[in-house]
Design a protein around this ligand. Structure first.
Ligand code: BGP
Length: 488
């Protein structure tokens, strides 16, 4: 057996993409509540009132609220995250389906604004605490280990309006209050935690030609999140020594697209800036040597205190976790054959095929990533997101045939098996969107990832009925055989 009997097979979702109930039981708003749907070619838009009281919208990516403006929800817009897939009311049914597949672990996130609606209350929102207690208890009753993301792109909107997007040191204390509350509240119920989902997106998706000012903001934002994460690790261990707390990196395997030494160096800098910068700080507790070079390139001066450096040292993570969807080929040469799609950049790799959203399908890249990262940090690894966003069709008999998804998973599981054989300590695999949910990048429902289909559509219609796809039965068999039986 390549996968240990204690291996955590499972699936993953995030609060804002699944729960819905955006304004129920005292929950405060998050950025996704003022973000419309988009598509692979049209950006999601943020809606707001400008200082003169006029309705406005602007592309979500890189958006900054103008002076005097405030975020707003408009009656004539559709906000897909408002309903999500209504996990808030369907969690029991969904957990029963996960159990039926044999899940050992389920990754979900806590919505910060359910616990502290504006982020600055003295006391937490009891109804929010109760909701997650019910969910975690249900998981425990079903023998499924919860893996909880503390922050999955959902800072309370009130904080964003007041302080901007993590540009302010005060975020560290606010986050600390929030994590203390949840570590204390769920002691004994939750053991596995992740501090910040895809923390590296802030610099990894910042274009190389972005201004020095944009770089300054991104690196400062990250520094505050590093300190907040490190403090959370320390507090989590103090509250319950059983807690295992990880970082979460958006894992992309970078390849140079030519053997021009300039491309080799460029590729290395992609790994450094995009992947290692965050992993090194969170796993090793200090900034890597190349950080100085990166800062110098953009004339960055960070607000860093001695206490921050001490916190980073004290708060190294117990495990390295990451998402993996694709590799990217990069080059310094002019090349118009770029592959688009949300969050996917780079030039076409002629050896690979691409998803309908332009993401390179590359299981070998997962093996490469696992072995490279394990060698660098020697900490237990978890693949906490991996999956294929694709169109699904419900047949007249109600069945949903998704052989492309089964094939995708089969090849990625084989890649993980090879890495394990080669000595990597991989302990968990939670596939992304084990049940269909709202896409983070495009806000679409039709970009479906699930083993479970949800009858919800981009125009807001749908009964929310859950239906099993062919991949549901396949994954069940995979788990039952500990990853040995990968046949259709
Ligand atoms: C990751 C996010 C997830 C998830 C996934 C797929 O970056 O952590 O929230 O959504 O990507 O992306 P998308 O939803 O855009 O298909």
């Amino acid at each position: 057996m390549k996968f240990d009997k204690n291996f955590y097979w499972g699936g993953a979702i995030a609060a804002n993409q699944a729960e819905g109930a955006w304004n129920k039981d005292g929950r405060g708003m998050a950025r996704t509540d003022v973000t419309t749907g988009g598509s692979v070619n049209t950006p999601r838009m943020v809606t707001f009132m400008d200082k003169d009281g006029h309705k406005q919208k602007a592309p979500n990516r890189g958006f900054k609220l103008p002076e005097g403006a405030h975020y707003a929800v408009f009656d004539d817009e559709l906000y897909p995250n408002h309903d999500g897939i209504d996990f808030y009311h369907h969690y029991k049914e969904d957990i029963a389906l996960f159990k039926e597949m044999g899940f050992k672990m389920f990754r979900l996130s806590i919505s910060w604004s359910r616990i502290y609606p504006t982020g600055e209350e003295e006391q937490p929102n009891q109804a929010g605490l109760d909701f997650y207690r019910r969910v975690f208890t249900e998981l425990r009753n079903q023998g499924i280990e919860p893996l909880v993301s503390i922050w999955h792109f959902d800072t309370p909107l009130a904080l964003e309006e007041k302080y901007g997007d993590w540009q302010d040191r005060r975020y560290i204390d606010l986050y600390e209050k929030y994590v203390r509350t949840i570590f204390t509240e769920y002691k004994g119920l939750v053991k596995y935690w992740l501090t910040f989902n895809e923390i590296n997106n802030t610099i990894n998706f910042l274009p190389d030609d972005a201004s020095d000012e944009a770089h300054q903001e991104a690196y400062q934002h990250l520094h505050y999140q590093f300190v907040a994460s490190a403090r959370a690790v320390k507090i989590g261990h103090d509250i319950d020594p059983e807690n295992k707390i990880g970082c979460m990196i958006c894992g992309i395997t970078y390849y140079p697209s030519t053997c021009d030494p300039k491309d080799i160096l460029f590729n290395r800098s992609k790994w450094e800036k995009g992947i290692f910068y965050c992993g090194d700080v969170q796993c090793k507790g200090k900034y890597p040597t190349f950080a100085k070079r990166l800062w110098k390139e953009h004339h960055i001066e960070l607000d860093v205190t001695d206490q921050d450096l001490e916190d980073l040292k004290q708060g190294t993570v117990d495990m390295y976790t990451f998402s993996y969807y694709m590799s990217q080929a990069v080059t310094t040469h002019h090349n118009d054959d770029v592959v688009g799609g949300n969050m996917s950049f780079g030039v076409r790799n002629e050896y690979l095929t691409y998803s309908d959203w332009g993401w390179a399908l590359d299981p070998d890249g997962l093996q490469y990533y696992l072995e490279m990262i394990y060698d660098r940090y020697e900490k237990p690894l978890m693949v906490v997101e991996n999956g294929l966003g694709a169109y699904d069709t419900v047949e007249e008999d109600g069945r949903i045939h998704d052989p492309f998804r089964i094939d995708y998973y089969r090849r990625h599981i084989q890649a993980m098996a090879k890495a394990i054989e080669n000595g990597v300590d991989l302990i968990a695999y939670t596939t992304w969107g084990c049940i269909d949910l709202v896409s983070a990048g495009t806000g679409e429902m039709r970009k479906r990832y699930g083993f479970i289909y949800v009858d919800k559509h981009d125009d807001g219609t749908g009964t929310m009925k859950r239906m099993k796809k062919d991949s549901f039965y396949w994954y069940k068999k995979v788990i039952a055989s500990q990853g040995e039986d990968l046949d259709d």
